[in-house]
Design a protein around this ligand. Structure first.
Ligand code: FES
Length: 88
């Protein structure tokens, strides 16, 4: 899977995948959902809110501390019409 870059930061948590859009990086540690799974769900299912990402992937259903990162992924990958980022 070829993920678009969503920022230029260096990966603080190196893994086997390509960084800056690292598909293998865990975004939601509670549910162990990766960046790749979330990005693919956003693009392929047309998700626009954290709530939709939660329903589709399970990410964010625990402590909720990953919601900020999920919002960033929505801003990077969601359809151009915008993101209802405040809804979780
Ligand atoms: S890290 Fe995602 S719900 Fe806790």
């Amino acid at each position: 899977m070829d993920l678009p870059r969503y920022d230029d930061r260096l990966c603080p948590d190196p893994c086997a995948g390509p960084c800056a859009g690292c598909a293998d990086r865990i975004v939601c540690r509670c549910l162990e959902v990766t960046e790749g799974v979330i990005a693919e769900a956003i693009t392929e299912l047309g998700l626009r809110t954290v709530k939709e990402v939660r329903r589709a992937t399970g990410a964010g259903d625990g402590c909720t501390c990953c919601h900020k990162h999920i919002r960033a992924l929505l801003e990077a990958h969601a359809p151009a019409a915008g993101v209802a980022a405040g809804i979780s």
